[in-house]
Design a protein around this ligand. Structure first.
Ligand code: CA
Length: 229
């Protein structure tokens, strides 16, 4: 199998070198770009499987680069930020980033996040039809059925269900569910997840009365019960 390639966009060579060292240990290839311009050029040369993108770069803001990349690419992007204010994190997601890591970071944790994002994006591009006991979600046809009866969902509801159905009975935090819906919505706050879940439940119950497919986990988030409760 060909090694996966990570493009690291970071002007601080020391940091880039550490990331590259850890990626190599874990079996990934990597390339460093030191500026936004170089990142865009190298993107087309190396065709990376994932990009680690620092927010602070000499020529361009990392968030702007992220937006530029999103105009033509769905490549997974993890933002590195030293600015911890919530607004910056959210801007990263609004720009289309898949995840972010705050500096200073533990290299092992960054690599774990890289692997998680790669797994998640690979799975969603491979599996077109996801099934559990009573639910079916067809990604290419944008179709959901409960007990073989189709229900109409909004984009956000569809995205939420898609994430939860990928691993039934696993608890997803609101933050994870939020990440899953990014790029398709501008309402980017955690509490909007609750509203989407409420509507999703209502639609599932219309077809399957007395069912309880989505369980709330107090203080954390939600999980999908594949049998319908
Ligand atoms: Ca930097």
């Amino acid at each position: 199998m060909q090694k996966q390639h990570v493009l690291i966009v970071e002007d601080e060579n020391k940091i880039a070198e550490i990331i590259r060292k850890y990626l190599k240990l874990e079996g990934y290839e990597s390339t460093q770009a030191q500026s936004g311009d170089e990142a865009l050029t190298l993107y087309h040369q190396v065709n990376p499987d994932l990009i680690v993108l620092d927010v602070m770069l000499p020529d361009m803001d990392g968030i702007d680069i992220c937006k530029r990349l999103r105009e033509f690419s769905e490549v997974p992007i993890i933002m590195l930020t030293a600015r911890v204010e919530e607004v910056d994190r959210l801007m990263g997601f609004e720009a289309g980033a898949d995840d972010y890591v705050c500096k200073p970071f533990i290299p092992r944790e960054l690599v774990a996040r890289i692997r998680a994002v790669l797994n998640r994006t690979q799975r969603s591009s491979e599996q077109k039809v996801l099934r559990t006991g009573r639910l079916m979600l067809d990604i290419s046809q944008y179709k959901v059925t409960v007990d073989s009866v189709e229900i109409k969902l909004t984009q956000n509801e569809f995205s939420l269900l898609k994430v939860m159905i990928s691993t039934p009975n696993r608890v997803f935090s609101r933050q994870e569910l939020l990440t899953a819906t990014q790029g398709q919505s501008i309402d980017i706050y955690e509490r909007t997840i609750d509203t989407h879940i409420k509507n999703l439940r209502k639609k599932l119950n219309q077809v399957a009365p007395n069912s309880n497919f989505i369980e709330s986990i107090y203080g954390i988030g939600y999980k999908l019960i594949d049998s319908g409760g």
